[in-house]
Design a protein around this ligand. Structure first.
Ligand SMILES: [Zn+2]
Length: 428
């Protein structure tokens, strides 16, 4: 229960993220008590000795060209030191303190971090899990994008330096999936590729404990996935092996593979997470990440039984997300916004969604090991603080405007922080 008092205090007092607006104090106390399910994060596995965790992302952002980062997340932001102080106390050497705690708590370290911020379950988007990140506190969401790029990617990778490293990363991950499937190169036909690599990989993920799969496609291409006939895709697959295929033909194959993977997720009872928002980097194609591009997917009768979660809530297209939530199979979380944006901005987004489809709104942090000073632990603290505060502001405003009762406000807080996710993933 330690985090209860800590949170009640944090919501009212915390320095750099102190709001200039009031959260109803009774509501703040209730929000502080709720143990959250975090819909999307990239926790690092505690590593000892020469062991190093490299599985926290399929497309790590460290290798990108320099770009103008949002103010709140720049190096030297007061949020990092505030988060460190809250988690580790007023110590001089945070790295040493972290190492000491990790050595003390060993495989319980990541659970300890979750306890500090009041998160009961963190849904971990990682290439692989491992010791120290285990159920029930950490649940797995693996990446499937690599399966969409079995041909020569040289032409796509040549677009810019960020894409160059992202495609190299996807090729590296596809090699891993091929190896796990008992192969070294993709087989000669599309049918064999689906049968020997794609389906077995998704099945392995399911059997490895996955509750959903993740697409980072927006870092690689626009989100306009067409429903391409298999014969067309098979022709591209068979015809373009070796040399880079024409970009338009390759897109048809990617589109088919995306639909095939999604349908397999439906068969296996896995939800589908899609990065639907602006992303990191100065070359990121913001227009190509507009969630409206996903509408044909949600409306495809063949895919109606699959639950899609638009990660990061479409930012900056947050208004576009609102009507999409009327699709029975569409959900959104507000991860990334809770890290990059200030509480007032996030509160406005949350309020708009809560007034429309509150059953579809999910709390999330996108906690990520950005740097030494902003580790996944600090990022979780920042995003958790901002997320709870923004939720508190949105509900307080709705209460003041007589849209909801106090009881309903608490109920909505519970839905957003845990109940909606619990139902979506059928957790106990
Ligand atoms: Zn993420």
């Amino acid at each position: 229960m330690k985090f209860v008092s800590l949170w009640a205090i944090a919501l009212v007092l915390c320095g750099a993220i102190r709001a200039q607006f009031a959260v109803d104090s009774q509501l703040a106390a209730e929000i502080g008590k709720i143990k959250a399910i975090d819909n999307h994060a990239h926790p690092a596995r505690p590593a000892f000795g020469s062991d190093k965790d490299t599985d926290y992302d399929a497309l790590p952002v460290e290798s990108m060209e320099a770009y103008t980062e949002p103010v709140r997340t720049r190096a030297g932001s007061p949020l990092a030191s505030e988060a460190s102080r809250a988690l580790y106390g007023p110590v001089k050497d945070v790295r040493a303190r972290k190492r000491q705690l990790m050595d003390e708590k060993r495989e319980g370290y990541a659970n300890w971090v979750l306890d500090q911020v009041g998160i009961e379950t963190m849904i971990a988007n990682r290439v692989a899990m491992g010791p120290g990140l285990t159920p029930p506190r950490f649940l797995w969401v693996p990446f499937e994008d690599a399966l969409m790029y079995p041909l020569n990617n040289a032409s796509l990778a040549a677009k810019n330096s960020d894409r160059k490293s992202f495609y190299a990363d996807e090729e590296h991950l596809l090699k891993r999936y091929l190896k796990e499937s008992g192969l070294t190169v993709p087989p000669a036909t599309l049918d064999l590729y689906l049968e020997k690599v794609v389906t077995p990989t998704i099945e392995r993920h399911k059997h490895g404990g996955a509750i959903a799969v993740k697409f980072e496609a927006a870092y690689l291409r626009p989100l306009d996935f067409a429903d391409v006939p298999k014969s067309e895709a098979a022709r591209v697959y068979a015809g373009a092996r070796g040399a880079p295929p024409a970009d338009t033909a390759y897109k048809e194959l990617q589109d088919f593979l995306f639909h095939y993977i999604v349908a397999e997720c439906g068969r296996l009872g896995l939800a589908v997470h899609i990065h639907a928002a602006a992303g990191a980097g100065g070359y990121f194609d913001v227009a190509g990440a507009n969630p409206l591009l996903l509408e044909p997917l949600f409306d495809n009768p063949k895919l109606r039984n699959i639950n899609f979660v638009m990660l990061h809530g479409g930012w900056p297209f947050t208004a576009e997300i609102t009507p999409l939530l009327s699709k029975p199979n569409a959900y959104a979380d507000f991860s990334e916004q809770t890290f990059m944006n200030y509480p007032r901005a996030v509160a406005q987004v949350i309020r708009q969604w809560l007034e429309y489809a509150p059953e579809k709104v999910l709390f999330a942090t996108d906690a990520y090991p950005f740097s030494d000073e902003m580790g996944w632990e600090e990022a979780a603290w920042v995003a958790n603080s901002t997320g709870r505060q923004a939720l508190g502001v949105a509900l307080t405003e709705m209460l003041h405007d007589a849209e909801i009762t106090r009881e309903r406000a608490v109920e909505l807080a519970r839905m957003v922080l845990r109940e909606n996710a619990r139902k979506l993933y059928r957790l106990h």
